[in-house]
Design a protein around this ligand. Sequence first.
Ligand SMILES: *Cc1c(COP(=O)(O)O)cnc(C)c1O
Length: 463
Amino acid sequence: MRTIIEPFRIKSVEPIAMSSVEQRERWLAEAGYNLFKLPADRVLIDLLTDSGTSAMSAAQWSAVMAGDESYAGARSWFRFEEAVHEVFGFPFVIPTHQGRAAERILFGCTVKPGDVVPNNAHFDTTRANIEYLGGVAVDLPCPAAADPSTDEPFKGDLDIDALAALLEEQGERVPLVMVTVTNNTGGGQPVSMANIRAISELAHRHGKPFYIDACRFAENAWFIKTREPGYADVGVPDIVAEMFGYADGATMSAKKDALVNIGGFLCTRDPSLAEKERNLLILTEGFTTYGGLAGRDLEAIAVGLREVLAEDYLRYRIVSTAYVVDHLHAAGVPVLRPAGGHAVYLDAGRFLPHVPALQYPGQSLSVELYRHAGIRGVEIGTVMAGRDPVSGAERPARLELVRLAIPRRVYTQSHMDYVVEAVVEVFTRRQSLSGYRITAEPPFLRHFSASFEPLEAVLAAPK
Ligand SMILES: *Cc1c(COP(=O)(O)O)cnc(C)c1O
């Protein structure tokens, strides 16, 4: 069969409240044309993020009921710890309420002012936690990552030559080397096993620990299985074991590939570091056997970490993202290629070439997708990254993107068909979209709360 079906059936549903274009126009004006300020029940298809938005399985919900809420040494902790050992193979596991807490604790124990932490591309909380401690977060993406239109299989790879040069020139300032799988900031693109192996060897030759930001580890393993020579017949759990076998530790947001709504953890092989990390954990997160999570959360993570390795799930997951990208590409819509794991990225710069960067083409496109079809994506462009936090100056971002992140096991193919149809319809009358002006803006992270106003249509009707 060519059709790949959702490998689940639905036993509990959450209604979507339908709305009209007129209602959404009113709601947009009320929200200052900022999609973050919309109440979620005014959204038809919510593609704001894949983080914490997964649908849990019946097995996870029954594990929730079995949660042991004892303060110390709960049954749920031992089940969680065993699942993390089994999947990742690290001897020490520290539970945290989400990924950024794991980052804060890891860097709090390892980074001092002036230190440099390389990564293929730091996620924004990873970068912020390093910078908060006075460190420098350096992105070393491979050269292929710079071209959004080529189909290379592992555009998430780290640039090994650049890492070698960095370790050569300022190795004494590097406390650890990281790689993020898949590369979220770089479009959800995967990292190859060959690259993970090479980073590990290079880091260890310089005596540096090697960490994996593991948020989308299962999606990355599936890309290795299907794209990297020699892995087609290797099981996903074995691929995961090999990936993490090269590493000295990992940070994880369970809100991604553990298929839960909250949670995270930190792993290491170093007993004395684990001791320091546990001391910090107790200070701000909670006791070492729950780390800010309820017993029921630990149970749901333990089940999710095993479920996410199922090949039927991963095939469906990666194929459904590629389905949207392929259909949009075939219709001529500019999208980042090849498809990544968790999201579709519309290239708003090429979609709306008549809207200048400082009139926010990504904002214009994301607002129009909501107005037209009730779809909520997120601008990743000049609104998000255009304000220099130090000088206060505004400058265009490198790329103007709209990210449509796909929650796990939440939407069906007909929802995705609706998304494709909506984007293509907006594309056919793209000339009529105008830019935006910011009417109010906070000093930091302006994309979350700024207000906007649409400018007049800049071009007349299409030719
Ligand atoms: C989401 C994410 C994080 C942070 O995790 P939270 O659970 O949101 O705190 C870190 N790294 C990557 C790559 C992520 O996608």
